[in-house]
Structure formats: structure tokens, C-alpha cells
Ligand binder design. Structure first.
Ligand SMILES: [Zn+2]
Length: 80
């Protein structure tokens, strides 16, 4: 290894998640760092994002059609 060109390595650097407060020990070139999201709280890993997607425009439309009053109210439009 060439001398004087490599950064200092910390095999057990401290990484803190600012969202859920989890603390990890990771190899890094900085001793302490913080991240906004980690594997413990990111929606991709927790699966919460998939639940939030449900109940969108299509879902609301299907619910309205199933209830029997979708589209225009023709009883009002036809009267004079
Ligand atoms: Zn986190």
C-alpha cells in the first residue's frame, strides 16, 4: 500500500439515524456520521409505502361505482 495517500479508516465507525434513532457500527473513513433514513425506518424496507398506495383514484372510483351513485346525478339533470 502506498504511504500517505489513503484516508484514515475506522472499522467500527458510529452511524446514527436521525429519523428512528438507530445506531449502527459500520466501517467508514469518518468516525461519526448521521443519516436521515436507514433500513430500520425506510418505507421500502418496512413495507408501509405499499399500504399507503392503496385507496387512490381508481380505488375511490370503484368504491363509488359499487355503491351505485357513480357519474352524474341524472335525476336532477332531467327535471325542469
Ligand atoms: Zn432509521
Amino acid at each position: 500500500m502506498k504511504q500517505g495517500i489513503h484516508p484514515e479508516a475506522f472499522p467500527k465507525a458510529k452511524m446514527t439515524c436521525t429519523t428512528c434513532g438507530a445506531v449502527y457500527q459500520i466501517p467508514s473513513t469518518v468516525k461519526e456520521q448521521s443519516v436521515e433514513v436507514c433500513r430500520g425506518c425506510h418505507p421500502i424496507y418496512t413495507g408501509k409505502a405499499q399500504k399507503d398506495i392503496k385507496g387512490g383514484r381508481v380505488e375511490r372510483f370503484r368504491k363509488r361505482m359499487a355503491a351505485g351513485h357513480g357519474g352524474l346525478d341524472r335525476s336532477v339533470a332531467g327535471k325542469k
